[in-house]
Every structure is written in structure tokens, then in C-alpha cells.
Design a protein. Structure first.
Length: 146
């Protein structure tokens, strides 16, 4: 089943104005403006929470929440990737455990805020490792063949 297209910011703003200012029911506004009921309710709740009903500047931008939770910035990630590539070119292959350990040491050296489990285990977590590999398409860490 294909995904629905992203909501139109103008339609959401118009529907939210109709609900907040004109007193139109949410279901009527959904049918009239062709927006998702859940999306409209989320934006109405945001406007009510921030007392933004007069200005009606809605932020319809969607973002990846995983980006907010990353330990390293894009530049720091690229420095790690470059280090791993140089190590690989010197025939010093890195295992999963070594990559996680180096990620942890790099975070501590740069005084980054990292999860408590990293401190407890002395290495980065599995989720960071897999997300790091997804973010850096250049790397492919696997066991060497004989």
C-alpha cells in the first residue's frame, strides 16, 4: 500500500483557522480541506498549547527523530568514517567490537553526552553501531574471507 503524500501546509493552516477561530467542527474541516484528522488535531493541540491561535504560523516540517538522538554530528561521523577507511587501507581490519569501542572512546575524548549503557559496558551500543553503518554508506564491516 503506497504512503500518503505529505500534508499541504496551506490546507492545514486554513483548516486549523476554521476550527479555532470560526468554531467549525474538526470532522467538517477535515472533509472541507482534505487533510488528515490526526494531523489536524495535532496542529490544533500545538496551537492551543502555545497560544498561537492568533498568528497561526504552523510548522508542518517533519524531521527524523533519530537525528536528534545521535551522539556525533555529521562532521564527527565523517571523521570516524575516514579513520576506519585509513585503518582498512593499512590492512588493519576492524571488528564490530573494535568499532563500538572506538566510537565510545571518540565520544569520551570529545566530551560528548552519551547513554549510560556506554559507560557501563565501555563501548557504544549495538543500535549506535547499526545506525552508524546506515548513515555511512561507504563502510562495509564484515569478516574477512580466507
Amino acid at each position: 500500500m503506497p504512503r500518503k503524500s505529505k500534508p499541504n501546509a496551506d490546507n492545514i493552516t486554513a483548516a486549523a483557522e476554521a476550527v479555532l477561530k470560526d468554531g467549525v467542527p474538526v470532522r467538517t474541516a477535515v472533509r472541507q480541506f482534505g487533510v488528515s484528522k490526526t494531523t489536524l488535531q495535532r496542529h490544533i493541540a500545538f496551537c492551543r498549547k502555545t497560544n498561537n491561535s492568533e498568528n497561526m504560523e504552523l510548522n508542518c516540517a517533519y524531521y527524523n527523530r533519530c537525528v536528534v538522538w545521535t551522539v556525533f554530528s555529521k562532521d564527527e561521523d565523517s571523521v570516524l568514517v575516514q579513520y576506519f577507511i585509513v585503518a582498512c587501507n593499512m590492512h588493519f581490519g576492524l571488528s564490530k567490537k573494535k568499532v563500538k569501542k572506538l566510537g565510545f572512546e571518540y565520544a569520551k575524548a570529545n566530551e560528548k553526552k552519551c547513554p549510560k549503557s556506554w559507560d557501563a559496558h565501555g563501548e557504544a551500543g549495538d543500535q549506535w553501531y547499526f545506525d552508524f553503518l546506515k548513515r555511512s554508506k561507504v563502510l562495509s564491516l564484515r569478516k574477512p574471507q580466507v
